[in-house]
Write a protein that binds this ligand. Structure first.
Ligand SMILES: Nc1nc2c(ncn2[C@@H]2O[C@H](COP(=O)(O)OP(=O)(O)OP(=O)(O)O)[C@@H](O)[C@H]2O)c(=O)[nH]1
Ligand SMILES: [Mg+2]
Length: 460
C-alpha cells in the first residue's frame, strides 16, 4: 500500500505528438521538488511563486546543469487545489521526450510515480469530492458523446450527491420520528404514527426506485451500447458498417468470406455512444482462418447488447440464414433485410415467426440506414426524453447499492405493517442509510477504493 503522505508525480497529458505536455505533482514537497529542477527567468524558485500564477523558465537537470526544456510552472497551494494538497504543474513541450525527462527528474528529487487515479483518490480522501463525484471524473474523461459528457458532468457537479442527500434526510427524519414515538408509546397515537411513518417510507422507497430504474437506460450513455452485425457471408454486413459510419472502414468485395476478424468502431446516435462490430460471415468452412473468424462472430453474438441479423433481400433465405435465426433466438435482436435496391426474392415468414422487429434497407444507396439508427436508439432508450431532466444513475455500483437500500426499506415497511416492534424498523432503516453512504463514500473500504481508482489512467 502506497503512502498517502508521499508527494506523487505523473504525466497528465497523453504521451505523443502534441503542442504541450503537463507533468503534475501533488503533496507537501511538490514545490520544493520543483525548485530543484526549475530555473525561472527572474531567479525565484516555484516555492517563492504566488499561488495559482504561472512562472516562465527552464527545466534544468541538476546533475549537469543542462537545460532540458522551456516550461511554464504553476504552483497551487493547498487547500484550493484538485487534491487539496500543494499541486505543481509543469507545462512543457509535448511529444515523447520532454515530459518523460521531466518526470524522471522529479522522481530523482523524491517524488513517487502516482498510481492510476491517485490524484483523484486524494481529492476524495481529502474531502474535495464525494466518491460518486470522483467516479464521474473518469466518466468525463472517457465520455464519447456530448450527451455522455453532460450526464457525467452533472454527476461531477454533485447532482447525484444532492439527490442522495435529500433521500438521506428523508430517512433520518423518518427514523427520528420513530425514535420519538418509541419514547411515547401511547396506544391512541400508535395508529396515526404508524400511518405517517408508512407514508413517509413509501415516498422514500418510490424515490429510490425511480433513481435506480434510470440505470436501465442511462447506463448506455456511460458504457456505450454494443451492437453486432451478423449474418451469412455476402449479405452486406461490412457494407452496412460503412454506411452506418459514413466512411470506408471495412473491406467490401463480392467474394463471400471477405471479413475474417471483428471490426469495431463508434457511432453517435442522438448522443448515445454505440460500439458497432462487423463480423465474419457465418457458414460451414474448412478454412482455418475463416473458422477462427466465425468463432469470434459467435462470441460477438454472446457479448452484444443488441444484434443486427442481416439478410440479403435479393435472394431466397438459405439454410445458413435459418441457422442464424436459431443461434440468435431469445436474444435482443432485429432482422434487417439488406439490398432493398434490388428485386426482392426473400420470404420473410421464418423471420417474422420469431417475433423479431424487421426493417428493409440498402447499404449501397443508404435508404433506410437512418431508420435503422433510430430503431437502435429507440430499442434501448424508448423513454429517454422524459428522463433526461432528472438525476440519473449510470454506474452499476450505485445501482446495486440503491437496490439494497430499497430492499432494506421494503423490509422495514413490512415489519411496520405486521405490527412488529419499531426497534426492528430502525435496524433496517440504518442499513439503508449505510448503503446510500457507500455510494457517496461516507462508508467505504480499501477494496472498494482500489477497485474504483485502479480503472483510472495515471495522472488523473
Ligand atoms: N445491390 C446491393 N449490393 C450490396 C448491398 N450491400 C452490399 N452489397 C454487395 O454485396 C457484396 C458483399 O458485401 P459485403 O459488405 O462485403 O458483405 P459481408 O456480409 O460483409 O460479407 P463477408 O464479409 O464475406 O461475410 C458486395 O459486392 C456489396 O457491394 C446493397 O444494399 N445493395
Ligand atoms: Mg464483411
Amino acid at each position: 500500500m502506497n503512502d498517502i503522505n508521499d508527494t506523487i508525480a505523473a504525466i497528465s497529458t497523453p504521451v505523443g505528438l502534441a503542442g504541450i505536455g503537463i507533468v503534475r505533482l501533488t503533496g507537501s514537497k511538490a514545490a520544493s521538488i520543483a525548485d530543484g529542477i526549475f530555473r525561472s527567468r527572474n531567479g525565484a524558485g516555484p516555492s517563492a511563486s504566488p499561488s495559482h500564477q504561472m512562472i516562465y523558465g527552464q527545466v534544468i537537470d541538476p546533475a549537469d546543469g543542462r537545460a532540458v526544456d522551456e516550461a511554464l510552472v504553476t504552483v497551487m497551494r493547498a487547500p484550493n487545489t484538485y487534491t487539496r494538497e500543494d499541486v505543481v504543474e509543469i507545462s512543457c513541450h509535448g511529444g515523447m521526450v520532454a515530459v518523460r525527462s521531466i518526470l524522471e527528474l522529479v522522481i530523482k528529487r523524491g517524488a513517487r510515480l502516482a498510481d492510476p487515479g491517485e490524484f483523484t483518490k486524494r481529492a476524495f480522501l481529502n474531502g474535495r469530492l464525494n466518491l460518486d463525484q470522483a467516479e464521474a471524473v473518469l466518466d468525463v474523461i472517457t465520455a464519447k458523446t456530448a450527451e455522455s459528457m453532460r450526464i457525467a458532468g452533472e454527476q461531477l457537479q454533485g447532482g447525484l450527491t444532492r439527490k442522495l442527500a435529500e433521500i438521506r434526510i428523508g430517512l433520518i427524519e423518518t427514523s427520528a420520528f420513530v425514535e420519538a414515538y418509541l419514547d411515547f408509546p401511547e396506544d391512541e397515537i400508535e395508529h396515526v404514527a404508524k400511518e405517517d411513518i408508512q407514508g413517509r417510507l413509501t415516498g422514500i422507497i418510490a424515490e429510490i426506485r425511480r433513481l435506480s430504474e434510470t440505470f436501465h437506460e442511462a447506463r448506455f450513455f456511460r458504457d456505450g451500447l454494443s451492437v453486432a452485425i451478423v449474418g451469412r457471408p455476402n449479405v452486406g454486413k461490412s457494407s452496412l458498417l460503412n454506411a452506418l459510419l459514413q466512411k470506408d472502414r471495412a473491406i467490401v468485395t463480392a467474394l463471400p468470406g471477405t471479413t475474417r476478424d471483428l471490426i469495431e468502431d463508434y457511432l453517435n446516435i442522438n448522443g448515445l455512444p454505440v460500439r458497432i462490430t462487423d463480423t465474419a460471415g457465418i457458414r460451414n468452412s474448412e478454412e482455418v482462418i475463416e473458422q477462427e473468424g466465425i468463432r469470434r462472430s459467435l462470441q460477438a453474438i454472446g457479448h452484444a447488447d443488441y444484434i443486427i441479423a442481416l439478410f440479403d433481400g435479393s435472394e431466397p433465405l438459405r439454410q445458413e440464414d435459418l441457422d442464424l435465426l436459431t443461434v440468435i433466438s431469445g436474444k435482443h435482436a432485429a432482422a434487417i433485410i439488406n439490398k432493398a435496391d434490388l428485386p426482392q426474392k426473400i420470404t420473410l415468414d421464418p423471420v417474422i415467426a420469431g417475433g423479431m422487429p424487421h426493417l428493409h434497407l440498402s447499404a449501397v444507396t443508404g435508404k433506410g440506414v437512418d431508420e435503422l439508427k433510430q430503431h437502435i436508439f429507440a430499442s434501448h432508450l424508448g423513454a429517454w426524453k422524459e428522463e433526461r431532466d432528472g438525476v440519473v444513475v449510470t454506474n452499476i455500483r450505485h445501482k446495486l447499492a440503491l437496490d439494497r437500500a430499497e430492499g432494506s426499506l421494503e423490509k422495514a415497511a413490512a415489519l411496520l405493517s405486521r405490527g412488529e416492534p419499531l426497534e426492528l424498523f430502525s435496524i433496517e432503516s440504518r442499513d439503508a442509510l449505510d448503503r446510500i453512504g457507500e455510494i457517496t463514500g461516507a462508508i467505504t473500504t480499501d477494496d472498494i477504493l482500489d477497485a474504483i481508482f485502479s480503472s483510472f489512467c495515471i495522472g488523473k
